[in-house]
Write a protein that binds this ligand. Structure first.
Ligand SMILES: O=C(O)C1=C[C@@H](OP(=O)(O)O)[C@@H](O)[C@H](O)C1
Ligand SMILES: C=C(OP(=O)(O)O)C(=O)O
Length: 424
């Protein structure tokens, strides 16, 4: 049976490992870096070559989005490569329609880029994305000179954007999502007056903004803090690193099962904050070796609960919850109230599912607590959230009778997840 997302059944049984794993894996390309590179390449007149691409629902959304803006694409999925012929959106004409599907990064990065066009661009998405907040980004773009029409509820998709965007100084809250800031920064160099963002509340997911400016720099655009002067993107050859959030599941598997897993292509040189998930496994008792481009986690048989603020690396909070279920003391995760507005309310979802398995887990104001205990055979709900499916499947590596309902949701960022899990 194929374990690719397209072929998965409605309910997937996870078989416990018969021996601890000892494997080396290269996770697929980073969703976050792929979608940044696609935006920067699309805004760089000339041909860019992107290698190590992730092909998953979120990046297909971005491919469709930049194609709608007029970028030329030559896609070679088997070689994980895309040639992008970039455009200057300020010279575009004609109304365009963009479907961001379920992808927060696509929706929040393409809206500022679409607003640079002096013609109408409609941005919409799946019902799940329509339920996620866009208000701060819409307000900021209006402030910067764009015309944004609410096509349904104010502050939510669908919206229609018409440029130009004059640019200048704008106030933006940081506590809901960092994606608004990343999207504005990437469009910044094409605003006539440049862009300066002043944050009005503490920024979550900070490392993602650092990766934004790093990818912009690779395409020849310099940011000075949260200021970007008018500049031109330069086409380039860009190698996308593997996905660090995807790697969290593989590394967690080693910690949970007392095995050894090496992820290739990620290490101390990574642009992604989520590589720091390995630090948490180390604090819990696993052994971690770090190279420039590889991380190895070895389970020691000991796992202790920790208290940790995960505001910088919240995509790995559900992974940590799964590991915490096997620890010898409680784990408390704080700083992540904003993950209630991701694919689902992730705090409520993870707590509900761990309780379904018999664990004593509780919601806190800005996070959750997991108290380890006996884990019962359970059919887990996944809420159309890829990270619920991928995290909860980890419990099945040790506990018999774990089944994942609607596992195809992993196609959002990691269509080959269950194939990689089987390699353990
Ligand atoms: O910029 C990015 O690539 C991302 C930023 C984070 O979102 P928030 O900034 O909304 O927390 C993260 O959860 C998401 O998966 C990817
Ligand atoms: C929150 C996520 O994605 P996005 O915001 O890009 O939809 C995620 O991948 O966990």
């Amino acid at each position: 049976m194929s374990l690719h997302a397209d072929d998965l059944p409605d309910v997937l049984a996870v078989a416990p490992l018969t021996a601890p794993p000892d494997v080396s894996l290269r996770p697929p390309g980073s969703k976050s870096i792929t979608n940044r590179a696609l935006i920067c390449a699309a805004l760089a007149p000339g041909r860019s070559t992107l290698t190590g691409m992730l092909f998953a629902n979120d990046t297909h959304a971005m491919l469709g989005a930049v194609r709608a803006l007029g970028a030329g694409l030559t896609v070679d999925e088997s070689a994980k490569t895309v040639l992008v012929d970039g455009i200057d959106p300020r010279e575009a004409s004609g109304e365009v329609h963009i479907d961001a599907r379920q992808s927060g990064t696509t929706g929040r990065f393409i809206l500022p880029a679409a607003a640079l066009r002096p013609a109408r661009g409609v941005v919409d998405g799946d019902p799940q994305l329509r339920a996620r907040p866009f208000g701060p980004l819409v307000d900021a773009l209006r402030e910067l000179g764009a015309t944004i029409e609410d096509l349904d509820r104010p502050g939510y998709l669908p919206v229609a954007a018409t440029g130009p965007v004059a640019g200048g100084k704008v106030a933006l809250p940081g506590h809901i999502s960092s994606q608004y800031l990343s999207g504005l920064l990437m469009a910044g160099p094409l605003m006539a007056d440049g862009l300066t963002v002043e944050l009005t509340s503490p920024l979550v997911s900070v490392p993602y903004v650092e990766s934004t400016t790093a990818v912009m720099a690779a395409f020849g655009v310099a940011a000075d803090g949260l200021t970007v002067a008018p500049q031109t993107y330069r086409p380039t050859e860009y190698a996308i690193e593997p996905d660090a959030s995807a790697a969290s599941y593989l590394l967690a598997a080693a910690a949970i099962t007392g095995g050894r897993v090496t992820v290739e292509g990620l290490g101390t040189r990574s642009l992604q904050g989520d590589v720091r998930f390995a630090d948490l496994l180390e604090q819990m008792g696993a052994r971690v070796e770090r190279g420039a481009d590889r991380i190895t986690v070895t389970g020691t048989g000991e796992l202790h609960g920790i208290t940790v603020d995960m505001a910088d690396i919240s995509d790995t909070a559900q992974t940590l919850a799964a590991v915490a279920a096997f620890a010898d003391s409680p784990t408390v995760v704080t700083g992540i109230d904003f993950i209630r507005r991701k694919e689902t309310d992730r705090i409520a979802a993870i707590v509900t599912e761990l309780r379904r398995a018999g664990l004593d887990a509780t919601e806190d104001v800005d996070g959750f607590t997991v108290r380890p205990g006996r884990i019962a055979p359970t059919d887990f709900e996944t809420y159309d959230d890829h990270r619920m499916a991928m995290s909860l499947a980890l419990l099945g590596l040790r506990v018999p009778g774990i089944r994942i309902r609607h596992p195809r949701c992993v196609s959002k960022t990691y269509p080959t997840y269950f194939e990689d899990l089987a390699r353990l």
